[in-house]
Design a protein around this ligand. Structure first.
Ligand code: NAD
Length: 348
């Protein structure tokens, strides 16, 4: 069993305190939060609260620290933990820039300790279904993947709404969705991107964004996060040479429509106000098969299981530094694209 200390006992720190234990590979030594009321809450729940970060870091029984504090503080706190000889899990987004992340990786190398990022949405079943379909080649060569999250409650009214803390939806949700897209198009490089921000309820940071990505084989991806969408567009949409797949909502299965015959002998035209169309008429089951894919198995507690196995030298850590670096670089280029209102050529 590994002994875990958690720095930051807010929403996500609380999640780690519960869920790390469900992985059956860690015991919770305690937490530290700068807010006394959060420490009191922990104590009320029977969780030990350290008086300071230094007190937590000098507890030699702790070999693993999870950092779950606002984004702007990740770099300094993670480096402190690594240099204190702890293995570290940092919440996403790991940092505010690729340069900050590089400093953190350097500190990990210097300390000889392991360092990873809580990209927990690698375990989302909607993403896993899309990745599985992509890898299977079942609907042929994929040329476009669209990934959207649409909410309708605006951006949270906490630190996420302020730039100095690393707020905004690109950093908050974009980090997950971009990571998932890079995982689906594994081995392909981003060669071009264009990003736009939305400011419907917040003018300081983006409360939504729209990002176009082009990969080196010409494949496209579109990533969108919205917080003012009272009708949500599908969570995932994938186009391939032999069919289309869609997940309307993360509670739903993946629907696939596969083309079994390209040519149709008799297309029933659709009557529109302006006339007839055969080109845009929906297909029927003579030329297509429609089915659903079972949800892949997923257990997010495998994140802790894997990282602990990596500490023991038994497994490779699943969330790798070069993968995290690519996500950071795509986000950085996206900010630049917004600033310049321009399509950027890149090689990420
Ligand atoms: P939060 O505001 O609910 O909690 C942050 C806590 O950190 C607060 O209690 C605050 O007092 C404490 N804190 C701030 N600075 C500190 C310091 N230097 N030392 C100790 N404690 C400190 O925020 P949250 O929603 O828990 O977000 C925390 C991190 O988790 C962010 O990076 C966020 O992006 C991430 N997060 C990840 C997911 C996910 O699914 N992976 C979900 C939510 C949040």
């Amino acid at each position: 069993m590994h002994k875990l200390g958690i720095i930051g006992y807010g929403g996500m720190g609380g999640w780690h305190a519960d869920h790390a234990l469900k992985s059956d590979v860690v015991e919770l030594a305690g937490i530290y939060d700068i807010k006394p009321e959060r420490c009191e809450l922990a104590e009320q729940k029977g969780i030990h609260a350290y008086d300071s970060m230094e007190a937590l870091l000098s507890d030699e029984s702790i070999d693993l620290v999870t950092v779950a504090i606002p984004n702007d503080e990740h770099k300094d706190v993670v480096i402190k933990c690594l240099l204190a000889g702890k293995n570290v899990i940092c919440e996403k987004p790991v940092a505010l820039s690729s340069a900050e992340f590089a400093e953190m990786v350097d500190a990990a190398h210097k300390s000889g300790k392991l360092f990873t990022v809580h990209q927990n949405r690698r375990w989302d079943v909607d993403f896993l279904a899309m990745k599985q379909l992509y890898n299977s080649g079942e609907i042929g060569e994929v040329f476009n993947v669209e990934s959207r999250i649409h909410g309708s409650r605006g951006i949270p009214s906490d630190w996420r709404g302020e730039k100095k803390y690393g707020g905004g939806m690109l950093l908050d949700w974009g980090v997950h969705l971009i990571d998932q897209i890079l995982q689906i198009y594994a081995g392909k490089k981003v060669k071009k991107l264009y990003c736009r921000f939305e400011h419907t309820t917040n003018f300081e940071v983006d409360d939504g964004f729209k990002l176009d990505l082009t990969f080196d084989g010409g494949e496209q991806a579109y990533v969108e996060v919205g917080t003012y969408n009272f009708i949500a567009l599908p969570r995932f949409y994938m186009q391939a040479k032999k069919g289309t797949a869609m997940i309307t909502d993360w509670r739903e299965k993946c629907k696939v429509v596969k083309c079994k015959a390209w040519n149709e002998s008799d297309v029933l035209p659709v009557q529109t106000a302006a006339g007839l169309t055969k080109t845009m008429a929906p297909r029927d089951d003579v030329t297509t098969d429609t089915y659903e894919i079972e949800r892949p198995h997923s257990d997010v507690h495998d994140f802790y299981r894997n990282f602990c196995a990596a500490i023991e030298g038994k497994e490779e850590q699943l969330i790798k530094h070069d993968e995290v670096m690519r996500v950071m670089k795509v986000m950085e280029a996206s900010f630049k694209s917004v600033e310049q209102d321009a399509v950027l050529a890149c090689d990420i």
